[in-house]
Design a protein around this ligand. Structure first.
Ligand code: NDP
Length: 332
């Protein structure tokens, strides 16, 4: 027996903003799993900003996607056939073979997850990579302390929506977030409990943030004008966790850096980038704490869905342009 299924390939390397023509949907036949292999029907797949970087043919912390080969990324699914004792049909698993309707791989590629308390999708959002990223950035990189004023950019996205709430849990006295619409800002200051929400499209972010400093910790998801605004608003000895710079991901030429870098010296700032995969050893502590917060209803999260593999490219383009509130996911 074989399974006829579909996957999305990278057809061309995007120049600037990706277009639907850069992707191709391909039908494939998968054999039954051999000894040690498992066949999974994917139910939800993740689209993430970092995937844009992997579409370029450049050396980075993860290898670039190959042309004319399936994309990959986080996904959850249900085991349909197993050639390995560790997994059985019906098990729900987390893995990295997204962008396809079925995944066939050695059993070690899949991690069985417990869906008794949260839906499987939570392992791609609040209890997954975005949640761990927020936690690591705040605890290990910026080292948030009791009484800090914390500014989070991209605050209504997957990582940012959790970062503001976790900062509060860690003792932050004042939490400021920026996002790209009045609806998102209302979510920040409403359900998420941010003290201040700034709509960066309504007025220059530097001007808005200046009214709410000094900032002790900046969790940077955006770079560009937001990083410059944060440097200007930081207090002495401020700490910046540089998580991402989405403002630059589709730039065709290198973007200028902040114009106020001299303040790094005068304010004695610490600015430190990080990659979540370097901190896998924090995962156990994170799952324990975040799992308890979610169970107690103390860590709110939202997921924005597109339906079907045919919408996956639109979901990806959407996450780059702000179509999501919370985590952007594709239901398969
Ligand atoms: P999000 O869910 O935050 O989605 C991206 C959001 O960025 C959009 O919804 C949009 O929201 C905002 N955005 C897009 N362009 C701009 C711009 N020019 N200026 C300001 N905001 C913009 O994505 P994630 O939470 O998954 O990722 C957030 C950041 O963290 C990204 O930079 C990502 O690369 C990074 N990251 C880094 C990791 C690491 O290990 N270092 C791990 C995971 C993520 P809006 O409507 O508000 O504009």
């Amino acid at each position: 027996m074989t399974t006829t299924t579909r996957e999305i390939h990278l057809a061309a390397r995007p120049q600037g903003w990706p277009t639907p023509e850069d992707f191709r949907t391909v039908e494939v036949e998968l054999p039954d799993p051999g000894p040690g292999e498992v066949l999974v029907r994917n139910t939800v797949m993740s689209v993430d900003p970092y995937m844009r970087g992997r579409m370029n043919d450049v050396k980075s912390y993860v290898p670039p996607y190959r042309l004319d080969a399936p994309l990959d990324g986080g996904a959850v699914g249900e085991v349909v056939a197993s050639g390995d004792d560790s997994l059985s049909p019906g098990d729900t698993v987390l893995h990295q073979l997204g962008w396809r309707e079925h995944a066939l791989a050695p059993a070690r590629s899949f991690r069985k997850i417990d869906t008794s308390a949260v839906p499987a999708s939570a392992y791609l959002s609040v209890l997954g990579m975005p949640g761990l990223t927020a936690y690591v950035g705040l605890t290990r990189i910026a080292e948030v302390r009791e009484g800090d004023t914390v500014f989070v950019s991209g605050a209504a996205g997957a990582v940012g929506s959790l970062a503001g709430q976790i900062a509060r849990k860690l003792g932050a006295a004042k939490v400021i977030g920026s996002a790209g619409s009045p609806e998102k800002v209302a979510w920040l200051t409403g359900e998420l409990g941010y003290d201040v929400g700034l709509d960066y499209k309504a007025a220059p972010i530097g001007k808005q943030l200046a009214e709410h400093g000094p900032v002790d910790v900046y969790f940077d998801n955006v770079g560009g004008d937001h990083l410059e605004a944060a440097i200007s608003a930081m207090g002495d000895f401020g700490r910046v966790a540089v998580c991402g710079m989405i403002a630059d991901y589709n730039a065709e030429t290198p973007q200028p850096g902040p114009r106020n870098m001299m303040m790094i010296v005068s304010k004695r700032l610490t600015i430190r980038g990080f990659i979540v995969t370097d901190h896998a050893d924090a995962a156990g502590e994170f799952y324990e704490r975040a799992g308890a917060w979610v169970a107690a209803g103390e860590l709110a999260y939202r997921e924005t869905y597109e339906d079907g593999l045919d919408r996956a490219v639109d979901a990806f383009l959407g996450v780059l342009s702000g179509a999501n509130t919370g985590k952007m996911l594709v239901r398969l």
